[in-house]
Design a protein around this ligand. Structure first.
Ligand SMILES: *[C@@H]1O[C@H](CO)[C@@H](O)[C@H](O)[C@H]1NC(C)=O
Length: 148
């Protein structure tokens, strides 16, 4: 009993420390270092804008869709096509566990997002981007951040 409650407590602490809301400029730096600026022809601002409207920079964001699939993480990457979730049949194009897309280490999420841009030919995959970012001036999104 005691062990169980201690484990439960540790579980809670781990969950809390793993979730993170990045600031806009912190993300700008991470994205810039990961060579997202102009990846697939999309400037850094597009990536920051997209992440904002998809997840509000919440690395642990999860959204259950009507078909039972789940959108994961800062880029809201869907389990049906792109990552591996235990319960359902998936394509797992990114060869990654969905759980790896909701950690504060964005490496896997960025690799997968790059793959989506390549395989689907652009950022149309992201409804938040289409609705709020596409075709607009994206320079504001990196303003004041220490990125070129
Ligand atoms: C981030 O997302 C998680 C999972 O959906 C949610 O529980 C948490 O409240 C969100 N954090 C904020 C600050 O919105």
């Amino acid at each position: 009993m005691k062990t169980a409650s201690i484990l439960a407590l540790i579980g809670c602490l781990v969950t809390v420390t793993e979730s993170r809301i990045y600031t806009r400029c912190k993300l700008a730096k991470i994205f810039s270092r990961a060579s997202l600026d102009n990846y697939g022809g999309f400037s850094l601002g597009n990536w920051i804008c997209m992440a904002y409207y998809e997840s509000h920079y919440n690395t642990t964001a999860q959204t259950v869709l009507d078909d039972g699939s789940i959108d994961y993480g800062i880029f809201q990457i869907n389990s049906f096509t792109w990552c591996r979730q235990a319960q359902t049949q998936e394509k797992n194009h990114c060869h990654v566990a969905c759980s790896a897309l909701i950690t504060d280490d964005l490496t896997d999420a960025i690799i997968c997002a790059k793959k989506i841009v390549k395989e689907t030919e652009g950022m149309n995959y992201w409804q938040g981007w289409k609705k709020h970012c596409e075709g607009r001036d994206m320079s504001e999104w990196k303003r004041g951040c220490e990125v070129s």
